[in-house]
Design a protein around this ligand. Structure first.
Ligand SMILES: [Mn+2]
Length: 263
């Protein structure tokens, strides 16, 4: 994309993200949750063909760039479609959009950008919302649950803070315990079942839908934690690109109340 076009697009879409704030509430209709797409523009286009209409709300859980073959194209189409369908398409932040706060490597998308584009993307993507709350019992975000007292506290989480990092970099381990300490992979924060239960009680939610961790078990914690991945970039760990669908008129108590579809 030419720099003028990029600047204009980011100027528009940033305003929209600022209006939405960190926490998006979805109250009605059908919601489709999409995991990491990671440069897999084919996945993103299939999602739009299959689900984008004025009745549906599509929620992308972050990580649009790096790893796959078409990062900038994937990100551009998502930002452009966000401006065309602002009330039907929601984009959340993953750790790959937070390169400015926690730089990591390899990051092929970021590494290929010149300084002007790097700065402009970093500034714009830092404004992405962090979480979606639905009226039928779901919280959706990229990684793990943040240390907050109530759902509304998510509104005040600052980019680059510890709570931001819990959301964008947090992993879940199939074990009891709270914060499980460092010593795992770079940047990642591992948490256990006790952390999950405690934070879900505070948020007053039944099911967490998240992505970020291709090697995680798809369903954990008594059927209340779902990890989906919607990219071909980690095909060995995740052979099928999966989305999760919910009808907001029905309460979701466990993952069994969601519909999982391969795209
Ligand atoms: Mn991630």
């Amino acid at each position: 994309m030419a720099i003028d076009e990029l600047t204009s697009l980011l100027n528009q879409v940033e305003k929209r993200f600022e209006q939405e704030g960190n926490l998006i509430q979805i109250e009605s209709g059908r919601a489709i949750f999409v995991g990491d797409t990671h440069g897999d523009i084919d996945a993103t286009q299939k999602i739009f063909e299959k689900y984008l209409n004025l009745e549906n709300k599509i929620v992308f859980l972050g990580d649009y760039v790096d790893r796959g073959p078409a990062s900038e194209e994937n990100l551009s189409i998502l930002l452009k479609m966000k401006m065309e369908y602002p009330d039907n398409l929601f984009l959340l932040m993953g750790n790959h959009e937070g390169q400015q706060a926690i730089p990591f490597r390899p990051a092929d998308f970021w590494a290929r950008l010149d300084r002007t584009r790097w700065d402009r993307y970093a500034e714009g993507l830092a404004k992405l919302p962090l979480a979606v709350s639905t009226s039928n019992g779901i919280i959706a975000l990229h990684g793990a649950l943040p240390e907050v007292e109530t759902l509304r506290d998510i509104e005040n989480i600052e980019f680059g803070s510890q709570q931001w990092r819990q959301i964008t970099w947090g992993d879940w381990q199939e074990t009891s315990g709270g914060y499980l300490g460092t010593g795992f992979q770079f940047g990642r924060l591992p948490f256990g079942w006790d952390w999950f239960e405690e934070k879900m009680n505070k948020l007053n939610k039944n099911v967490l839908i998240r992505s970020h961790q291709p090697n995680a078990n798809q369903i954990m914690y008594g059927g209340r934690c779902l990890t989906i991945f919607t990219s071909s970039a980690y095909r060995s760990a995740v052979p099928q690109r999966t989305v999760a669908i919910t009808d907001l008129s029905r309460e979701v108590k466990t993952v069994d109340d969601l519909t999982l579809e391969a795209i």
